[in-house]
Write a protein that binds this ligand. Structure first.
Ligand code: TYM
Length: 344
């Protein structure tokens, strides 16, 4: 049977990179899945604490992310929506995987460590203040996926190397202890890399300083218009699609392409808008984003209301119960295979 798993960090209200690169795809997979498919979506709060967090802000951001997942169309009856830290098995499996995971492989994970390709060798880094949790981040991510024996993992491009590592952990375990894990397949979303509005050579990210670099799914019509208006483009006249020479304009075209439901390609959009001024083009982009986010934003505001707090709590609690059941089956097999505990 198919098991779809994915995770997102509790960064508060998600931006349209998260939305197009992940959440939209999750909702689509949920709505198209056969009744036999299990779907699990986790808010990964344990991953969030690999960098310093203010406890009150973290809890608030967790709450916002849960509301956002429901607002984009995840259905808590169909999908198992839960906080990672509510399911202890994620940490337990992480330890077991850690015992076989090799430092050499981890040191090649450039993504979370923010390493460039020509970074110093890991030996040099290990003498620094690099924290253990951040270093072993990919092992926890592998445990997330494997503890539910996921078959498919929908993510954006930046997560591909982490999932490659998860498969490596699964192969190593299976080889050593017998086949328990199926190798999880990566499903890359069509919008695999949405770029920053202010620095279009970088991906859109929560961690970039300038809030104008990203549009949040709760942004108002005016905020969207303002952010698109100040997006970095170029001084070439007219609109054309050329991600290498015109990264800013091309990013806006791509965003429009993903938000429009009519299947118009980036080239089609560029042709339709060819003769527009940059200002008129940006107005169209903003309108298109706003129309799509309108209902999501309304649902989000409603779910964040005081009177919905009890409902969100119920969603998290029932998600945790179901996720624990799913993980318990795997942990039973894993403990047995590894020989943990005195008795079966
Ligand atoms: P996170 O929280 O950074 O991002 C959540 C999802 O959003 C995608 N994404 C983007 N896609 C396109 N363009 C962008 N600019 C963009 N920014 C973010 C990410 O690819 C991701 O799919 N380590 C993970 C969370 C995680 C996880 C897991 C994912 C923990 N355990 C197990 C899958 C399976 C992370 O930090 O994602």
């Amino acid at each position: 049977p198919q098991v779809i798993f994915s995770g997102i960090q509790p960064t508060g209200v998600p931006h349209i990179g998260n939305y197009l690169g992940a959440l939209q795809q999750w909702a689509k997979l949920q709505n198209e899945a056969s009744p036999k498919t299990t779907l699990l979506f986790s808010i990964v709060d344990l991953h969030a604490i690999t960098v310093n967090q203010n406890p009150r802000q973290l809890r608030n951001a967790c709450h916002q992310m849960l509301a956002a997942l429901l607002a984009v169309g995840l259905d808590s009856k169909r999908s198992i929506i839960f906080f990672q830290s509510d399911v202890d098995a994620h940490e337990k499996l992480m330890w077991i995987l850690s015992c076989r995971a090799q430092m050499g492989n981890l040191s090649r994970m450039t993504h979370k460590l923010n390493l460039s390709d020509n970074a110093p060798p890991v030996e040099a880094l290990l003498n620094t203040e690099l924290e253990l949790g951040l270093y072993s981040y990919p092992v926890l991510q592998a445990a997330d996926v494997l503890v539910h024996r996921a078959t498919h993992v929908p993510v954006g491009h930046d997560q591909a190397q982490h999932l490659e590592f998860a498969r490596k952990c699964a192969r190593t375990f299976n080889h050593r202890y017998g086949t328990i894990f199926q190798l999880p397949e990566t499903i890359l979303s069509p919008a695999k890399r949405v770029m920053s509005l202010t620095q279009p050579h970088l991906k859109m990210s929560k961690s970039h300083q300038d809030p104008r670099s990203r549009i949040l799914i709760s942004d108002s019509t005016e905020e969207i218009a303002q952010k698109v208006k100040t997006a970095l483009t170029d001084s070439v006249s007219g609109v054309s699609y050329d991600p290498v020479k015109r990264p800013g304009v091309s990013n806006l075209i791509e965003i429009m392409h993903h938000f429009r439901a009519d299947g118009a390609s980036c080239k089609d959009i560029a042709r339709d808008c060819e003769n527009l001024t940059m200002r008129a083009f940006k107005e169209q982009v903003a309108k298109c984003i706003d129309e799509h986010l309108f209902e999501i934003r309304q649902r989000y505001e409603e779910l964040m209301g005081k009177e919905k707090e009890g409902y969100l709590r119920e969603v998290a609690e029932s998600g945790a119960v179901r996720a624990r059941e799913s993980a318990a089956e795997t942990m039973h097999l894993v403990r047995d295979a590894v020989g943990l505990g005195g008795f079966q």
